[in-house]
Design a binder for this molecule. Structure first.
Ligand code: PSU
Ligand code: MN
Length: 342
């Protein structure tokens, strides 16, 4: 039994230096429930945010299919990463995806816990840090040093609110500081301390770019002008130039982070969301929830409080990020790799 399962399509893609979009799966096992749209959630909001979504199909399973489909439609190969029965899958077939959804429900592994999960043969979703470990493995398989995968997520992990009393800093950050990959996210999870997260990204040499925005977006809620400022980029070519300078000219080892905001008209009201997050965080503290148990609790409390509108926005931004990541992946393999050959 090999510890790493490299899907054939992904392996062939790397060999051809094709564009590959790596997908994390913690969002499937801990970020969203794998059950149909709840009866008391807002169906119109869902139909508006993701027009052809089937409300009767399980959310997480459908999301996995849809993310992969969007990546393909935009010209790249999807590579969903997950820990299945103790093996790290780089690319997920139908059967392994089913095992992940059943045995891995409620579980996630980060770069820190991947080996432990492998050692006890569990199934679990991969966080961004674990998916970045996967990116590093993929790059090892490529005979072209400039080939770089793009990772799509909803929101990265970061510095949690209340960090000065209860230090909780995601392994996503350190992995971003040490892995060559372009990562597309709609900001950081709404339950984080945004300013502290951006300060840390600066400390660890991760350039933070904004897709047609100069503000760090607030995930599912609207972006107020008071959000931290980031570096606006106008188009994919601009992104490509920055990536080439960062990795090829400057030989930097960190990721490039592209913030891709959710459409304004789908974003939830910022003030209202802030209030809900604070309430849910307080409730989690009152119940004595710590570490990994907090996020799923806070997310599901907010989902119920917004009648599912936070979930609809989350789905829309995840699919939007998968699309942007595929476009970025196609652009990254284009000019310089072709230029090198010719
Ligand atoms: N964003 C979401 N839902 C999630 C996550 C992000 O809307 O479940 C996951 C991502 O996989 C991210 C992880 O990498 O949470 C961070 O977890 P932690 O803070 O435990 O490192
Ligand atoms: Mn944590």
């Amino acid at each position: 039994m090999t510890a790493i399962v490299l899907q054939q399509e992904v392996e062939a893609g790397i060999r051809r230096h094709s564009p590959i979009v790596v997908l994390e799966s913690a969002v499937l096992t801990t970020g969203l429930p794998d059950r149909p749209w709840a009866a008391d959630w807002d169906r119109d909001a869902l139909a508006h945010a993701v027009p052809d979504w089937d409300p009767d199909a399980p959310l997480a399973t459908q999301l996995q299919h849809r993310m992969e489909q969007v990546v393909r439609e935009h010209g790249a190969i999807p590579c969903t990463t997950a820990l299945v029965d103790g093996r790290l899958h780089l690319g997920l077939d139908e059967r392994s995806a089913k095992t992940l959804m059943t045995h891995g429900a409620g579980r996630k592994v980060a770069s820190t816990t991947l080996a432990i999960g492998m050692g006890s043969s569990i199934s679990a979703g991969t966080t961004v840090s674990a998916a970045l470990t996967a990116c590093r493995l993929l790059r090892k398989h490529a005979d072209e040093p400039h080939w770089t995968p793009v990772l799509a997520t909803g929101g990265i992990g970061g510095v949690h609110r209340g960090w000065s009393e209860r230090p909780d800093i995601s392994a996503d950050l350190l992995s971003l500081g040490t892995t060559r990959a372009c990562v597309v996210s709609a900001g950081s999870k709404s339950i984080l301390d945004m300013t502290a997260t951006l300060e840390l990204l600066e400390s660890i040499s991760v350039p933070v770019l904004g897709w047609r925005t100069d503000r760090w977006p607030s995930f599912t809620s609207s972006t107020p002008p008071s959000n931290p400022s980031i570096n606006l980029i106008e188009d994919l070519q601009h992104l490509g130039r920055i990536c080439a300078h960062h990795w090829q000219d400057l030989d930097q080892a960190s990721a490039v982070l592209l913030a891709n905001p959710l459409d304004d008209e789908l974003a939830l009201d910022h003030e209202a969301m802030e209030h809900l997050v604070e309430q849910a965080e307080q409730l989690a503290t009152d119940r004595g929830l710590v570490a990994a148990d907090r996020t799923p609790f806070v997310l599901s409390t907010i989902a119920d409080e917004t009648n599912g509108r936070s979930v609809a926005a989350n789905l829309a931004l995840l699919l939007g990020n998968a699309k942007r990541a595929a476009e970025a992946a196609c652009m990254l393999v284009g000019p310089h790799l072709v230029g090198e050959d010719g």
